[in-house]
Design a binder for this molecule. Sequence first.
Ligand code: CTP
Length: 421
Amino acid sequence: MVKVITYGTYDLLHYGHKRLLERAKALGDYLIVGVTAESFDKSRGKINVQQSLMERIEGVRATGLADEIIVEEYEGQKIDDIRRYGVDIFTVGSDWVGKFDYLEEYCKVVYLPRTEGVSSSQVRSKKRKISVRIVEDKGIGAKIANEGTYVNGVEFLSPDDQHVEDAIYLFSMPDRHYELIKKAIYNGKHILCESPITMNEVQCRELFDLARKKNVVLMDALKTAYGTAYNRLLLLVKSGAIGKVISVDATCTSLMGNYNVKALKQIWSSITAWGPTALLPVFQILGTDYIDKNIVTQYIDEDKTFDGFTKIDFLYPEAVATIKVAKTAKSEGNLVITGTKGYIYVPAPWWKMDYFEVKYEDQNKNKRFFYQLEGEGIRYELVAFSKEIESGGNNSYVSEEISVAIAKVMEDWAARKVREI
Ligand code: CTP
């Protein structure tokens, strides 16, 4: 029996895929199709895939051409698969000519001519795009819009474009969010909002309820949450790789240099700019049901509205957490997750994570993980936003519970339930 293997993403299965599978099948007696996992695609820079792994597997299965379907999850898997399944022929389309010659050591390699005029990218780009308007006072609109060019399915309107937008990317000062979001929801717009969504817990819940009622997506723009490495880290922690988590410690600082005290009201302070990011791993790993928290802050203005430094300690029934955020102090911006079996260390700047280490008492067991992070995570965030809108789903990256817990911390800080230094 001649065994043939081929690999692909098979997103929005089209005629070109079908023809390739037919010819692959005809090369032998038994066809194995490797469908790429989301994390593998992301790590090789393919971020626009629209269908989930299950949907894509279903698409391949429905062709009736595959005798066996497997998932491709890691670099170097092809050699393992060829050996494991006793494969005789490896084949892919001619867009890959030369790329897999190294497999000739293990089996025959055949490049089949690619079908002209059709591709998943083309099918995706024909789908209607979601138009997004940036509402900001932060001066980073151009950067966001540029990231949008890498994402199928979204299109940023330029400031003078009069078209009515489907969605808003909100970057205004946090104390303006509530009113702006409420208005946008009433106008039927989806909202991606720079975290914190509000500076108040009750208002945050109210906005999520309203968004549900009006069938729009309200999503926290916390770019760290959407990166591949960060999500892999969460999975590892949940799978018990470091045992029971005892402590989460996150630090985020960025020195703002010379500043004008009078202009501070127009700038995000340490807690508003960095708090949500630093709180993300705490709440995603330990949950939001902490017993107590202790906020220590250092104001740099007489009105006590701007913190140059803030440290928050959380007490959980069986764990603790600490975040440190600063704009007038500098520290090592790393993340450490302490467990009963080992710990995870993410070097600075951890919020742009593309690498982390899992460390144990026995150093031989230590593992390092690398992933590609493009555009600081903004691209992935935009992909997630457009998928949420398309599927009408609720946010799978930053849950409502987490957004609300962040808003509660902001509220307590703003209500000066703090100790000053
Ligand atoms: N393929 C083909 N003819 C096409 C499109 C794809 O023969 N018109 C082949 C590829 O060469 C590959 C397999 O189908 O062997 C799976 O390709 P995949 O990357 O999933 O599809 P694309 O349409 O090329 O996707 P994209 O546009 O995202 O690159």
